[in-house]
Design a protein around this ligand. Sequence first.
Ligand code: HEC
Ligand code: HEC
Length: 303
Amino acid sequence: MSTFWSWWIIGLTVTNLLLILWVLLANRKVAVRDDVDPENRTTGHVYDGIEEYDNPLPKWWFYMFMGSIVFTVLYLIIYPGLGNWKGYFPFYEEGHWTSVRQLEEQQKRALAQHETSYGIYSTMSVEELAEDSRAMKMASRVYANNCAVCHGADAGGALGFPNLTDNDWLYGGTPENIKYTLVNGRNAAMPAWSGVLGEKGINTVTQYVLSLSGAEHNVDLVEEGQKIYAANCAACHGGDAKGNYAMGAPNLTDDIWLYEGTPAGIRQSLRQGRNGVMPAQQNRLREDKIHLLTAYVYSLSLE
Ligand code: HEC
Ligand code: HEC
């Protein structure tokens, strides 16, 4: 702040304070007038027959005002309020208070608290944590803040976002698998097939995929579909179509679908391919939070 504005603010503030002080002191006593009965002195204003006594401020009120002025003066000495005056607070390192330093100290305290609460959990294994109801309660809040937008508040998933409460995994459900998913994220790569198989081929292999989970399908196309599957799909989804954790290729033999499991939905998955993205958390969340979340996800499918 330039010197001019600094003095401008100081001038305004001090002038105002002095004015208030003057008004307060000037009204302490009521001028004595001969023509008025001192016991029944009114201001002379009449409103609907109601008159107003001309009395000074009650004492307690006066002292309250004086007290607030004393407070103001002390405040303006201790804290920065008068232009460039930084305030004088001997208990602070540099002799004065700043909002930045207050924030830093609060953050330091919050961090220390954070470390004691998460610190214990970092030393526990995922399996132990999953059984610890206090830890899981804390984890559920971290989950709600960071994961619920995609996986749902109940972790039940949605179209394209896997259910985390079942035992069906794209990338594996061991603590190591889950932690890897959280730390590094996952990027599924199911290629698009319309160019390779054409609409006819897509429909044929769709009938085979439907047959794998016992859904209604065209029996005549299954044999042909199986051939297409073996040539194009088995590398990722496995010869038995049970999926592959390393690729994130889903198990096609169960009735759990990441995308729609209807004939139209499966054809759509095949036509355009699917590329689900689980965002990496390593630059978003601290390691101890990821550890806690790993245990949380692990605990969801324990029952
Ligand atoms: C390069 C590996 C790869 C190949 C080859 C591949 N897939 Fe996939 N497939 C995946 C991955 C990975 C996903 C999961 C996509 C995602 O999570 O977004 C997937 C998803 C699917 C889905 C959706 C499953 C669901 O739960 O909604 C179907 C159906 C499917 N694949 C069928 C096939 C068929 C049929 C073929 C052969 C024509 C095939 N895939 C070839 C990797 C592959
Ligand atoms: C922007 C949306 C999004 C957010 C946020 C998100 N995820 Fe995911 N997550 C996904 C998608 C999409 C997949 C599936 C990736 C695929 O298709 O292969 C996934 C996959 C996963 C998997 C693998 C599941 C399996 O079957 O192997 C786990 C575990 C997981 N997420 C946990 C979490 C946790 C815990 C958080 C919170 C830190 C989180 N996710 C935040 C979108 C999200």
